[in-house]
Write a protein that binds this ligand. Sequence first.
Ligand SMILES: O=C(O)CCC(=O)C(=O)O
Length: 282
Amino acid sequence: MMRMTLDDAKAEHKAIQISIAEDVRPVTEAELEFYYGNGWVKMERLISPQLAARMLELAKAEILDKAPDDVRSHDRGVWHDVYHLGRDDHIEPFYSLVRSPVIGRNAQLFMRRDIPVGMHNDMLAVKMPGGTPTGWHQDFPNFPLDRNGLLTFWIALDDLTPEQGTMHFQSGSHKEGPLGRRNLGADERGLLDHVPYLEKLYPRSEPISLKAGDCTVHSCMVVHGAPANLTDRPRWSYLLSCYPGDACWTGAPHHNFNADAGLTPGQPALSPRFPIIAQPRG
Ligand SMILES: O=C(O)CCC(=O)C(=O)O
């Protein structure tokens, strides 16, 4: 069977936009409680297996048929990435998924504040066989934002096993606050060596298996990483990250949150670059 091309996908843009609402589900109370306590949660079937299958087809076209251009796509060792298929390239069904009001409302509930939710990043992050582990880190120290709330929906596009390098978490470590910046690929133990008490205080999540369409959601404060892919099958995953719209840009340099996006230091980090996918309810 011929693989779908990106041009095919663009042509089908409208039809998919109409149906995607049925393919994404709201978070449950039990999932919210688990997330608040642990800093992460597994959501089964966040998106329908049909939607995941379509995204997988396009992900394969991007990753297997094209060489990384080192601008929007990279081979980084920890993964092959392709950035912003949904946010900037407007390719369906990524386009509609990253703007989904259901995703927006879920993120708002995870953030626990009645604030606008911005969508700042979407990327394929495909850990290839033989690639390196993703070192233990927090996300927050990598962002020039003045407050907590940022989170990532880490979506399996295929059935994934722990041996392929699904995420793992030190449960509850989000309560520590920021612990310092770590390079994802530099060393596997990352923050665990830097802050030795983490492993004593916070239990490690059990190995996580995901079906296509399942996801894990993690807070920017929880300490997390992912082992190497020990199998011969790529780990097909798609990441969609949201930030709290009340957060202000600190003015520190960043590739995404910066003056080119129209941001002003000390002011909320709102910009046409980042779609607002949930509004305060009042
Ligand atoms: O996919 C991975 O290996 C790690 C992803 C990650 O660290 C993140 O989404 O913050």
